[in-house]
Design a protein around this ligand. Structure first.
Ligand code: ADP
Ligand code: MG
Length: 285
């Protein structure tokens, strides 16, 4: 049996220890944690080599813009991360595992997803697809399902439009729904394939702000494919450029240069920087 004084001392020691432990935990600079890793990855589809010998690492919490000309393999790269394609050679790990279809830790909004076919559906129904046994979704009990849908609608500022037929929604609002859908399983990684195309500048800006806010709140890693990096420059950590079967990753100012991109494309590309904006001349879109 410990005396009262001994007990007090023990509690005090425990308190000190845990405080020291906490201060160590918070003061030590944690090394960056890799969440996506590609090692010498190549992919051939049919006769064509789409990606060749790609190696890169993306760290937890990063916001990455994926850039490159049409047909370069940007969407294909996302599909590799989702396990929809297997690399012809090389190794991919996502969250420490080889990618496999139907991983709820990855939220995905595919490219060119048009909601026209679902005109009569309400906004909340479309968001619910993320939980209704499609290939990304999981089945949840009704109550939990409703809560998840409400929460996601709220996060993309669409709660007030949740009963609207989706056909009546603007492009920007539809895009928000697709993001809400991708959020439903509380993923750690969000893959967004051209969420800004077909949006005017105001809506695109609003969607960028929204994604940035949600990613921060949920501590998600985001990979976003886009044709125009300018709107994203203030919020991204790095860019991943895909062209000519190769890739380059780094800070935008290091990657998006005339010299760097000409080398990547293996043809002359000119980068013009003006008033904090960047334009790439000579790449086909
Ligand atoms: P991006 O998203 O950069 O525009 P994609 O990843 O969609 O490019 O496509 C890259 C290339 O891979 C394109 O030339 C496309 O035609 C080709 N491709 C995509 N999927 C297949 C497939 N299943 N079989 C053969 N070629 C494919
Ligand atoms: Mg694409």
């Amino acid at each position: 049996m410990l005396s009262k004084a001994q007990n007090k001392l023990r509690l005090y020691r425990e308190f000190i220890n845990s405080s020291v432990h906490d201060s160590l935990r918070y003061n030590i600079h944690m090394p960056e944690q890799s969440i996506i890793n590609l090692q010498n990855v190549s992919l051939t589809l049919g006769q064509r080599t789409i990606l060749h010998d790609i190696s890169l690492t993306i760290n937890e919490g990063e916001f990455i813009a994926i850039l490159g000309p049409n047909g370069a393999g940007k969407s294909t790269l996302l599909k590799l991360l989702l396990g929809l394609y297997k690399p012809t050679s090389g190794k991919i790990t996502v969250l420490g595992k080889t990618p496999k279809r139907g991983n709820n830790e990855i939220g995905y909004a595919p490219q060119h997803r048009t909601l026209e076919a679902d005109l009569a559906l309400r906004a909340r129904d479309v968001v619910g697809f993320g939980l209704d046994g499609n290939q990304w979704g999981i089945a949840l009990p009704d109550k939990k399902r409703e809560t998840h849908i409400e929460q996601a609608l709220d996060e993309v500022d669409m709660k007030h439009l949740s009963d609207m037929p989706v056909g009546k929604l603007s492009g920007g609002e539809q895009q928000r729904l697709l993001i809400a859908q991708a959020l439903l399983t509380h993923p750690k990684i969000l893959l967004l394939d051209e969420p800004l195309s077909n949006l005017d500048i105001t809506n695109a800006q609003a969607v960028v702000s929204l994604i940035t806010k949600i990613a921060k709140n949920r501590k998600m890693t985001v990979l976003l494919v886009t044709h125009d990096v300018n709107l994203l420059l203030p919020v991204i950590d790095r860019v991943l450029y895909v062209a000519n079967t190769h890739s380059a990753i780094g800070k935008s100012e290091d990657v998006i240069t005339s010299e760097g991109l000409s080398k990547l494309y293996n043809s002359p590309v000119e980068v013009i920087k003006t008033k904090g904006r960047v334009f790439v001349i000579g790449e086909e879109h």
